[in-house]
Design a protein around this ligand. Structure first.
Ligand SMILES: Nc1ncnc2c1ncn2[C@@H]1O[C@H](COP(=O)(O)OP(=O)(O)O)[C@@H](O)[C@H]1O
Ligand SMILES: [Mg+2]
Length: 509
């Protein structure tokens, strides 16, 4: 089905989130919508899916104008959407979720359990989705849950599929699998609108790329465009895609982790006898596929979980029994992986979030009352310095885009004197322009002499930042290597394979 959007405009109060958008998606085309966080991509798609009403403009499907008052209308017209946050019932099976999601306004008819199961099986085989109809959704990895959402849309005969930042939650392997699924859907004639801010992805899979910046489509181009060109279109200025970083000037050891073991609440040993140190002025990256103990290791460094054995020394003093408050006071800065959970308080203002763990400091408090003027001045300074895009310092952090929310956390953590900075997935879900900025700030912190630990599943980030790389697999640090190591060798270590053995096997085969 062909989709044509003409002059679509959406305003929120005085703010124009979509400004006269024109877009054409041909039948069987993967059309990428590339844009930074807050550019207006989801707003456009929500209009297309009947969740928002356009203020101006029209939508045509196969040349016919359509108006949607609800997602039901959009689904009935053949549009399916997979949202950033899944809308599945976790305790139900895949088939039950598909049964519930069946849209009857299309005259598709009610499904019983057995029919739903066989439909799931059929779609799963046709598009190589590998989804078991009887699996309970909450037991499935995120990548598979996403495929269940795709099946739900296909079960409603979607001819146009909207995928809103589907790769943000996926591992590199799951991204490859999703790309294969998208190709097979395209080959069967489904049109796909693929939203992302990752340049590598649009070049890998897109037939056409439309770049959205500040509510406008600034260009529609081909995947042959270079990453630098695309980045510039997206951000509106030229962007450095590599991290600028001088040689490391290693100081004394600041953080010394000795034989650390962590046992989780189910009794599983998730961190096994881990030892490493981090010097002043050095960035150590902990690389690994998600779920290999990195999260638990970091939490134990911060006193969020107690290690079962081993010790953590900060400037030679044990902090392994410290409460989190004491660790932060001792000079550890923390940029958490799940910022919405641990990083900020969404309903609180930008101003409040920027002093979240410091409002008791003398600088901001008289003991009984807060120094509101000082808190505001502090917020204004950081908003300018960290280029936090917000309407005002009184806006709730929840109203900001992901990249700007992350900048609030980074700004707060880097605005106090640190001995150690621990940053877990510091740029996950963050746009290119903000990634560049956050990376620069992390390197600047290193150059100030802070000992920096980053945890990242993104190899580009690991190679860009690290002075040394510790690879974690199955709870252990399997090796500590220099960033001059070959990408493939790191891939092997991350998969628990010895690179040397792998090389011999490839030679012999
Ligand atoms: N319901 C809303 N009310 C007010 N502003 C909104 C609403 N939804 C989105 N916005 C604003 O519109 C802009 C575009 O948001 P969005 O379409 O979600 O961007 P993207 O998906 O490209 O990251 C952002 O500045 C966002 O804060
Ligand atoms: Mg969005």
């Amino acid at each position: 089905m062909q989709l044509e959007i003409n002059g679509l405009t959406k305003r929120f109060g005085s703010f124009t989130a979509n400004d006269r958008i024109d877009l054409t998606v041909a039948t069987g085309e993967i059309h990428c919508l590339l844009g930074e966080n807050g550019a207006g991509k989801s707003t456009l798609m929500n209009m297309l899916y009947g969740l928002l009403r356009p203020d101006e403009g029209e939508v045509l499907l196969d040349g016919e104008p359509v108006t949607f008052h609800s997602p039901g209308d959009a689904i009935a017209a053949g549009i399916g959407m997979v949202h950033q946050h899944f809308m599945l019932v976790p305790v139900f099976t895949v088939a039950e979720n598909v049964m519930l999601g069946r849209e009857q306004t299309r005259g598709l008819g009610v499904l019983d359990r057995a029919q739903a199961a066989s439909l799931v099986k059929e779609l799963s085989e046709k598009y190589k989705l590998a989804v078991d109809p009887d699996a309970v959704v909450e037991d499935l990895p995120v990548g598979v849950q996403q495929r269940v959402e795709i099946i739900k849309a296909l079960a409603n005969d979607a001819r146009i599929l909207i995928l809103d930042e589907p790769t943000a939650v996926l591992t590199p392997q799951e991204i490859d699998e999703l790309m294969a699924i998208m190709s097979s859907l395209r080959d069967s004639g489904t049109s796909i609108v693929f939203i992302t801010h990752k340049l590598r992805e649009v070049k890998a899979i897109g037939d056409k790329i439309s770049v959205v910046r500040r509510g406008k489509v600034v260009a529609t181009t081909e995947p042959t465009a270079s990453e630098a060109e695309l980045a510039e279109l997206m951000v509106g200025r030229s962007v450095k895609l590599t991290v600028d970083k001088g040689a490391v000037e290693q100081g004394p050891v600041v953080l010394d982790v000795q034989h650390l073991t962590v046992i989780d609440h189910r009794g599983a040993t998730v961190v096994k006898d881990v030892s490493f140190d981090v010097h002043a002025g050095e960035i150590v990256a902990i690389a690994g596929v998600q779920g290999n103990g990195q999260t638990e290791l970091i939490k134990s460094l911060l006193g969020l979980i107690r290690p079962a054995a081993g010790d953590i020394l900060l400037d030679g003093r044990s902090i392994s029994r410290y409460a989190t408050r004491e660790s932060l006071d001792a000079g550890i800065g923390y940029i958490p992986e799940d910022r919405s959970h641990d990083g900020y308080v969404g309903p609180f203002s930008v101003r409040e979030n920027l002093v979240l763990d410091r409002y008791q400091d003398e600088e901001f408090s008289h003991g009984i009352g807060l120094k509101l003027g000082a808190i505001s001045a502090h917020a204004k300074e950081l908003v300018a310095e960290f280029d936090i895009r917000t309407q005002s310092i009184d806006s709730p952090v929840s109203a900001l885009s992901g990249g700007n929310q992350q900048k609030v956390v980074v700004a707060r953590e880097l605005s106090r004197p640190l001995k150690v900075l621990i940053a877990s997935q510091p740029t996950r879900g963050v746009d290119v322009g903000s990634i560049e900025f956050i990376h620069q700030r992390i390197v600047a912190e290193r150059d100030r002499g802070t000992a920096v630990v980053i945890v990242s599943t993104e190899l580009d980030e690991v190679f860009g930042l690290a002075d040394r790389i510790a690879v974690m697999y199955a709870g252990r640090i399997v090796d500590i290597v220099s960033p001059t190591i070959h990408r493939n060798d790191i891939g092997c270590l991350m998969a628990g394979v010895d690179p040397e053995t792998q090389r011999q096997e490839t030679t012999n085969a």
